[in-house]
Design a protein around this ligand. Structure first.
Ligand code: SIN
Length: 485
């Protein structure tokens, strides 16, 4: 099976899906492989008229798709799930080529992506409203759930598969029709997933995919009153813009925005476990995740022990093209991502941070940044106040629990936080005290289809996945029955 292979013009679609038709455009955007900087293919630069046509198609399809039964929707989703798993290797190869993450990580992302399709296929069959006890004589109440309508899904480049299915499967299960706008840096995984969804039998217009100028498309989707819901994963800055653009028509919003996760290691932690979890959290996707360990706080008593242990672990990480066997860290997404990280490190060093380890990656190419370990970091440094989004461990020391909780909470972000301790009382106390949407307690990973994913403060609104994921695409209607005597 090679229909998904890149650079095979007969087989790979380099087109938009609108109302069941794959359409190309006179204008296009080139997509590059971040590992080699070579072109992978072209995607359409959609014009305003075709965005308009897409919204029209999604609305037309909504009128019938929303009336399909929960079992029909579940079966389409399960068929899609089976097809994604059947093509997991092809999908992973595409993902690695356009995004850069190592093939093993890309395969894990495809499984993660598939898990959301399966989860929502199951959720919709048991989703239910409520019958409420008669509160006053002669009156009873019941609640019913309805799909909100056409949903626009704007997804990022760091998880080109999972961020689509986490939104799309919930929306489709709820009965919404969707317009997907993937990142123009990583559109081919999205196109391949949508091709598979079409094969699963979803009706024309239920799933649409458009590519092009993000600002124009975002603006049109937000301003159009026929689009009832917007779900966005990306930066806080863009999330704020979309929020403002959606205000005129009071659109329903889910925003999964930037993080700045504290990762705390207390002196009573199992240090081996904490270090393994830190490496996993920090270096997943080469540090390019919203939930990556960002500000690392370690009890000063552990300093002598921790630094050599960490250096030993960092030496074992191999950096290179993600398609090569045994690579742990791929390239960054592009050169501006590299220079952003380099600027943060330069600033930290100028303000007194110490670089105690940096990998040697001299000959790999312009999109690579070496795994780096900085100590003596403090809050005066930009690296302690920004989302690093790269393979740099930035360590700050602390002495007291109350001090580190205050430091950890001292941020506008509120997505994920992690801490390690073997003391059950401390675990409960600290988990309650951390102001974040997700807290890893002796765990460096908080993501799973069954758990609500999302943040507070400037990290966004709404939750994806989990038992509340469907509700993001539904409204509740209350029926109030007066009982005739
Ligand atoms: C993200 O970084 O945006 C998502 C990470 C995850 O789902 O684990």
């Amino acid at each position: 099976m090679n229909f998904l292979q890149l650079n095979d013009n007969q087989l790979i679609k380099q087109a938009n899906l609108i109302d069941g038709q794959w359409l190309t455009s006179n204008n296009s955007i080139t997509v590059y492989n971040p590992a080699t900087t070579q072109a992978l293919g072209e995607i359409p630069l959609i014009d305003e008229q075709n965005v308009e046509n897409t919204i029209h198609a999604a609305l037309k399809s909504f009128n019938s798709y929303s009336k399909s039964t929960s079992y029909e929707k579940s079966l389409w989703l399960l068929k899609w799930y089976d097809l994604v798993l059947a093509h997991a290797d092809d999908l992973a190869k595409i993902l690695t080529q356009e995004q850069g993450k190592p093939l093993a990580e890309a395969k894990a992302e495809i499984q993660y992506a598939a898990s959301f399709i399966q989860w929502f296929a199951e959720q919709i069959k048991s989703d239910h409203g409520l019958t409420l006890a008669e509160p006053v004589a002669g009156k009873s109440f019941a609640t019913h759930k309805h799909p909100v309508g056409v949903a626009a899904l704007i997804t990022p480049w760091n998880f080109p598969a999972a961020m689509i299915t986490r939104k799309a499967a919930a929306a489709l299960a709820a009965g919404c029709t969707i317009i997907i706008k993937p990142s123009e840096l990583t559109p081919f995984t999205a196109i391949a997933l949508v091709e598979l969804a079409q094969r699963a039998g979803f009706p024309d217009g239920a799933i649409n995919l458009i590519t092009g100028d993000a600002a124009m498309i975002g603006d049109k989707l937000c301003q159009d009153v026929r689009v009832k819901k917007l779900s966005f994963t990306g930066s806080t800055r863009v999330g704020q813009q979309l929020f403002q653009q959606s205000a005129n028509n009071i659109k329903r919003l889910s925003l999964e925005l930037g993080g700045n996760a504290p990762f705390i290691i207390f002196d009573d932690a199992n240090l081996d476990q904490a270090i393994s979890a830190l490496i996993q959290s920090k270096f997943r996707n080469n540090g390019q995740t919203c939930v990556a360990a960002n500000r690392i706080y370690v009890d000063i008593k552990l300093k002598q022990q921790l630094v050599p242990m960490l250096i030993e672990r960092l030496k074992q990480l191999t950096c290179g093209n993600g398609l090569t066997e045994d690579v742990d860290l791929g390239p960054m997404i592009n050169s501006s991502a590299v220079s952003k990280v380099a600027t943060l490190v330069t600033d930290a060093l100028a303000k007194g941070a110490q670089c105690v380890y940096q990998a040697d990656i001299k000959h790999l190419g312009p999109h690579y940044y070496p795994a780096t370990l900085l100590t003596e970091v403090n809050m005066q440094m930009a690296i302690a106040n920004s989302e690093i989004f790269g393979p740099v461990l930035a360590i700050q020391w602390f002495s007291h629990e109350a001090e580190v909780i205050s430091l950890a909470n001292n941020t506008d972000a509120g997505l994920a936080a992690y801490f390690f301790s073997d003391n059950i009382h401390r675990c409960q106390r600290v988990a309650n005290a951390l102001d974040f949407g997700m807290v890893g307690i002796n765990s460096g990973m908080v993501s799973h289809a069954i758990s609500p994913f999302g943040g507070i403060k400037y990290s966004g609104i709404g939750r994806e996945g989990g038992h509340t994921g469907l509700a993001e695409y539904q409204y509740i209607k209350a029926h109030c029955f007066g009982h005739l005597s």
